[in-house]
Ligand binder design. Structure first.
Ligand SMILES: *Cc1c(COP(=O)(O)O)cnc(C)c1O
Length: 369
């Protein structure tokens, strides 16, 4: 057995999650995959490879260098489209062409720059992102009419996808969802007057669950593929994909009053059995996870005691019966979600996954397991 800590990633479950979303969208819509940030920490090459093998043909990354790497991973899939969500900064235009990347143009200035660049260089079609109310990236819908008028040929021939992003898709009753939808539909109708074929994309993972009107032609799920719950108000419809079990380094029986860990912040009393495991904040386990985090050992939930150290965590395993030598305490898995661990640390499952550290070897299950 390798002494390196490892996190196990079930590629079969990720592919299943993609198939489930594609099925939900139906045959007339396309389920893409967002694989930015190293596929939310799980490994871009492996994740994208398994999704391409499952039939996914549209991928989204954050920036041009992620796109270039993804293109090299998916060389055997010539028909794969790669969209770059932050678009193309000045100076990266040629790299975009070389790797056949499709920039998502996020500002009026970027639209103008790419429109004039592509006059001389034919490349992949691009996308334009609209700001429909989140006020993060995107062309303001108010400046759309002028842009359409200034570059009719560009809009007609080069822009293949119109997109926008929902701010509150995980809160189905939030009024901003319907406002953003209406604003997007209005802008889409305007753009379709100059390009009747243009495709549209609004939904991230949670957006897919807001109803058919939100789904348009192409969906852009990330989180749900990796097993995070796209419907936080209901049971998670996705399969879990990540298992992180930390090896027990030492157990200790204590009695009376005892402090545990830095700052003596935790104090246990009575006869207790403690287990120290490998794994700490250097591996992406949040310090803020104390005192709410729990792990799981032999099917029993065990609470964290004491502060998270750089390389170790301590759990109270008093309730666990039997031999635990060579045991492992699970902190992510089928029964303990990244969403729950995120909540325990005052954050979200997305951050739990993307912080999984480099010291954790990624071990991959292909699916049948
Ligand atoms: C990250 C991102 C997504 C994916 O969102 P999830 O909530 O992970 O499904 C979709 N669209 C854009 C523009 C993004 O930045």
């Amino acid at each position: 057995m390798s002494s390196r800590l490892s996190v196990t990633i079930n590629l079969g479950a990720i592919a299943d999650n993609w198939r489930q979303l594609q099925h939900r969208l139906g045959a007339n819509r396309e389920c893409g995959a967002v694989v930015k940030a190293n596929a939310y920490g799980l490994g871009m090459a492996e994740v994208a490879g398994c999704l391409a093998a499952a039939g996914c043909r549209t991928f989204f990354v954050a920036n041009v260098s992620e796109g270039a790497f993804l293109r090299s991973c998916l060389q055997s899939y010539s028909r794969v489209c790669i969209y770059v969500l932050q678009g193309v900064e000045a100076g990266s235009e040629q790299e975009c062409l070389d790797f056949r990347l499709r920039p998502v143009l996020i500002s009026e200035a970027m639209v103008r720059r790419w429109a004039s660049f592509t006059k001389e260089h034919a490349g992949e079609p691009c996308a334009v992102k609209l700001n429909t109310g989140m006020n993060r990236l995107g062309v303001d819908v108010g400046s759309l009419p002028a842009l359409l008028e200034a570059f009719p040929a560009f809009w007609g021939q080069q822009v293949g996808l119109l997109l926008s992003h929902l701010a509150c898709a995980d809160e189905p009753h939030h009024p901003l969802n319907a406002q953003q939808l209406a604003s997007f539909e209005q802008a889409l109708a305007r753009v379709r007057k100059v390009n009747a074929q243009i495709k549209a994309s609004l939904a991230n993972s949670s957006g897919i669950f807001l109803g058919e009107r939100y789904c348009f032609d192409v969906a852009r799920p990330g989180a749900a593929l990796y097993g995070l719950n796209p419907t936080p108000e209901a049971k998670n419809p996705m399969r879990s994909t990540v298992r992180l079990a930390l090896p027990i380094l030492q157990t200790r029986n204590v009695s009376g009053e005892n402090y545990v860990g830095y700052g003596a912040e935790a104090c246990v009393s009575g006869p207790r059995r403690l287990a120290v495991v490998a794994g700490g904040y250097a591996d992406g386990i949040f310090r803020a996870a104390f005192p709410k985090m729990v792990g799981r050992l032999n099917g029993v939930r065990v609470p964290l005691v004491g502060r998270v150290s750089m390389d170790t965590l301590t759990f109270d395993i008093t309730e666990v019966e039997g031999d635990v030598e060579n045991g492992q305490i699970e902190i992510l898995g089928d029964y303990i979600s990244a969403d729950a661990q995120g909540a325990a640390a005052g954050t979200i499952g997305y951050e739990v996954l993307t912080r999984l550290g480099d010291r954790l070897r990624r071990a991959y299950l292909s699916g049948a397991e």
